[in-house]
Design a protein. Structure first.
Length: 390
């Protein structure tokens, strides 16, 4: 069993600037994830260009198998030189996290990372090497389920500098706060919002520097099987249901026809749950051994909208998240976002004639298209998705 990593990052732009001088690049590979946080020299447009070049170069080269020396060498030779300070660099932290939990980390001039394990900061031994006169710190270690790994730009450690706090929040203050913040039930997104919310308060609502936090939460793999649509050949109904039920993860059925097939083949009663918090969403149903049963196309469409909204950058650090109510679409979205790392889609290829009716609204498109869109969205969130046609 591997380790699933929940990754989220967000940036606050320096007050008075339009572009952020920090940049985060996340590259998902079949067996690993590469993450780069870069902080460009200064702020504004020039810093944004420096940080973008650094993060793109580093992520691309490491993705193609280059080592840290080649990567830093290329960054140093590529970045333009600041005429005022005669410097050509942006700071960076580079991570490569394998699916088995092994981590390689390289830091250059960014604040040291934070690793919170069992509520306490865990020290990791680092080694230094000099590449073109630049000291790069490296380390390797293994993430364990429950670990929270945080990297920040210096806007976080300097929050409150000269205003709320004379010398800023400083690294020790951030560490102490993270030890209280990193609790099991919080997601990486929630912890990132709370960390940057404190920075915003310390800066009096006007960030004195570009401020970026990236939080990685390690967890056990969470498998989910989703069955939707009847098989193309009714003779395959039983095999389809048995394959769907064979996995060890949570079970979701989307669609009344699929639910009735499962009820028949498993010899289990199907009960409709009347009432819904959202009148747009059809009611859910219940069956022994199934975690969630919803209506098909309409519920999928609304759930997809909720997942898209969740995927967008944070607009208000202090706004309460009201995305997940108790209706079927909200329950579906919450389960897929918060309780799923690996999703198996069992998709029946029989065509429902109702979905081809030209009088239906445009948002009631063919269920298959909605499921393919779901696959793309889930992969964008870093989930592993397998598609099985039945």
């Amino acid at each position: 069993m591997g380790v699933y990593i929940d990754v989220f990052h967000h940036s606050l732009i320096k007050s008075g600037e339009e572009l952020c001088g920090d940049m985060v690049e996340v590259a998902r590979l079949p067996d690993s994830t590469i993450i780069v946080l870069s902080d460009g020299l200064g702020s504004g447009v020039k810093a944004n260009i420096l940080a973008t070049l650094t993060s793109k170069i580093a992520a691309t080269m490491l993705k193609e198998g280059a080592d840290i020396y080649e990567t830093v060498d290329t960054i140093v030779k590529t970045l333009p030189v600041c005429k005022v300070r005669d410097l050509a660099y942006s700071t960076f932290t580079i991570l490569k996290i394998e699916d088995n939990g092994k981590v390689y980390m390289a830091e250059y001039d960014n604040p040291p990372f934070f690793l919170i394990r069992n509520g306490r900061h865990c020290e990791v031994a680092k080694t230094d090497q000099v590449i073109h006169g630049k000291k790069v710190s490296e380390c390797s270690f293994s993430l364990e389920a429950g670990d929270v790994f945080t990297i920040v730009s210096d806007g976080v450690t300097h929050a409150g500098l000269g205003d709320f706090m004379n010398l800023g929040w400083k690294w020790d203050g951030v560490r102490d706060y993270l030890q209280k913040l990193c609790v099991p039930f919080k997601s990486a997104r929630e912890m990132t919002k709370e960390l940057l919310g404190v920075c915003m308060v310390f800066d009096g609502g006007n960030p004195g520097d570009d401020t970026t936090a990236l939080i990685i939460k390690a967890d056990h793999e969470k498998h989910v099987d989703l069955f939707s649509g009847p098989p193309q050949n009714p003779a395959d109904d039983r095999d389809a249901v048995l394959n769907f039920m064979s996995g060890s993860g949570k079970k979701i059925i989307c669609g009344g026809t699929a639910a009735n097939i499962a009820s028949r083949e498993l010899s289990r009663d199907l009960h409709v749950n009347m009432g819904s918090e959202d009148k747009r969403v059809p009611p859910t149903a219940s069956m022994e051994g199934i975690d969630l049963i919803t209506e098909g196309v309409l519920t999928l469409s609304i759930a997809l909208d909720k997942i898209k909204e969740y995927s967008k950058p944070i607009k208000d650090l202090f706004a309460e998240d009201r995305s997940f109510a108790q209706d079927g679409a909200s329950q579906l979205a919450k389960l897929l976002i918060c309780e799923c790392s690996h999703l198996d889609l069992w998709v029946g290829k029989a065509v429902n004639p109702a979905h081809q009716n030209p009088d239906f609204p445009l948002d009631l498109s063919i269920k298959l298209n909605k499921l393919l869109e779901l696959k793309e969205l889930m992969e964008g969130l870093g989930k592993k998705v397998s598609l099985h046609y039945v």
